[in-house]
Design a protein around this ligand. Sequence first.
Ligand SMILES: C[C@H](O)[C@H](O)[C@H]1CNC2=NC(N)=NC(=O)C2=N1
Length: 93
Amino acid sequence: MAQLLTDAEIQEQASGLSDWKIEGSQLQTSRTFKDFIAAIEFVNKLVKPAESVGHHPDIEISYNKVKISLTTHDAGGLTQKDFDVAKLISQID
Ligand SMILES: C[C@H](O)[C@H](O)[C@H]1CNC2=NC(N)=NC(=O)C2=N1
């Protein structure tokens, strides 16, 4: 099982992810699109990074807004896998 990160490790890793914020035991980011179709097209682009790491975001879709949350459910908090997926998602345009 992936090892929980310490607070210092979390802050260190989060400093390199300007589009993400730490909310409790989650990494979160949100994006807004021109419409629902564009939002779903973006959500479909999340499959590749998630499957490549074997680690999956929680996704909230509200019309043209997509909220992505990452936490390691098996560990009950943030692990390196969360940051690995977040970095990949940040590269999606
Ligand atoms: C068996 C499978 O690899 C595990 O259930 C993975 C799947 N994806 C996952 N994603 C997230 N975010 N947390 C997990 O603990 C997790 N576990």
